[in-house]
Design a protein around this ligand. Structure first.
Ligand SMILES: C[S@@+](CC[C@H](N)C(=O)[O-])C[C@H]1O[C@@H](n2cnc3c(N)ncnc32)[C@H](O)[C@@H]1O
Length: 291
């Protein structure tokens, strides 16, 4: 995320506002606060974050820990002011066109109302602002929360339960690890809990659905950074320097993205800037004379 934002920074930027939507434990906010100014001499980075209190993804009281972590890791900032906790149906507590970047990490697969989430992103982004989001699409075969492939494609509770049960008999999923932690846990209890986790706490969006919701909210999507994860994995194995760069699509990058969206998280970039609209406002057409 740090590298992607760094690659997207406008040349000569002196101060930027970043919002981490669904900030969780605050680790990403701490990283951005520490690393971006190091990478860009004299750049002032103002980081804000919020999370929701009704998603049931986090345990109770986690937000106090987020404030503590950030206060310890990045002292000198009033994190009580910079962090907010809201309901998922609330409007985000920021004025319009305030942020240069809205980012999120592993959040979009948990958001219950993507249309509302994207409309808030569009509202709080500056006209040339960008959203950058790391998350798995519905197209992904793997379900990373319970480790049972394709389980997130099933919509019927009983079928999902049976599928997870069968998978656990074949050694898939996390039943053995959970059993070690709680010897009284039966296989059925484990399977119904995990079924309900996927049904109630996740809401995967497909590539096609995402394109439609983003467009309706004035955001243009692209995945031009996704393949760098793959390329950089190879580079790090071969001990080369890592780099991130948005590239114009070539047949190879389109192919890599087509594979990657099925096996891992993607890097979504959403642009609010519409150069055509700007052109229109710059060159007003004179109204026709009447009478
Ligand atoms: C897997 S956690 C990721 C947390 C954090 N971004 C990280 O990288 O560790 C998913 C987060 O999404 C948040 N979330 C779920 N629905 C949300 C919504 N509608 N708006 C904002 N955050 C949401 C949850 O509260 C949770 O903190």
């Amino acid at each position: 995320m740090v590298s992607v934002i760094n690659s997207c920074l406008a040349t000569g930027a002196v101060e930027i506002n970043i919002l981490d939507a669904g900030c969780g434990d605050g680790v990403l906010m701490a990283l951005l606060s520490q690393l971006l100014p190091k990478l860009n001499d004299k750049l002032v980075v103002n980081i804000f974050g919020f999370d929701v209190c009704d998603s049931q993804v986090q345990g109770t009281g986690y937000f106090g820990k987020t404030i503590k972590l950030l206060t310890d890791e990045v002292p000198g900032i009033n994190w009580e002011m910079r962090l907010r906790q809201i309901k998922s149906t609330d409007r985000w507590p920021y004025e319009g066109k305030f942020f240069d970047f809205v980012v999120s990490n592993q959040v979009l697969e948990h958001v219950s109302d993507h249309a509302f989430f994207f409309s808030e992103i569009s509202r709080v982004l500056k006209d040339d602002g960008r959203g950058i989001h790391l998350f798995p699409l519905k197209d992904c075969w793997h379900e990373g929360h319970i480790n049972v492939p394709f389980s997130h494609w099933i919509t019927d509770r009983r079928i999902m339960y049976s599928y997870i049960y069968m998978a656990s008999l074949l050694g898939m999923g996390k039943y053995r690890a959970h059993k070690r932690a709680d010897v009284n846990l039966t296989r059925s209890q484990y399977c119904i809990r995990h079924t309900d986790y996927i049904l109630f706490n996740t809401n995967y969006i497909s590539h096609d659905e995402l394109a439609i919701v983003a467009k309706r909210n004035g955001l243009a999507i692209s995945f031009g950074f996704t393949h760098w994860l793959f390329i950089n994995k190879l580079r790090s194995l071969l001990s080369f320097r890592l780099r991130y760069k948005m590239v114009n699509s070539s047949a190879l990058t389109i192919f890599l993205f087509w594979i990657m969206k099925r096996i891992t998280s993607v890097t979504l970039v959403m642009d609010k800037q519409n150069t055509y609209r700007q052109e229109l406002t710059g060159h007003q057409v004179a109204p026709e004379k009447t009478g």
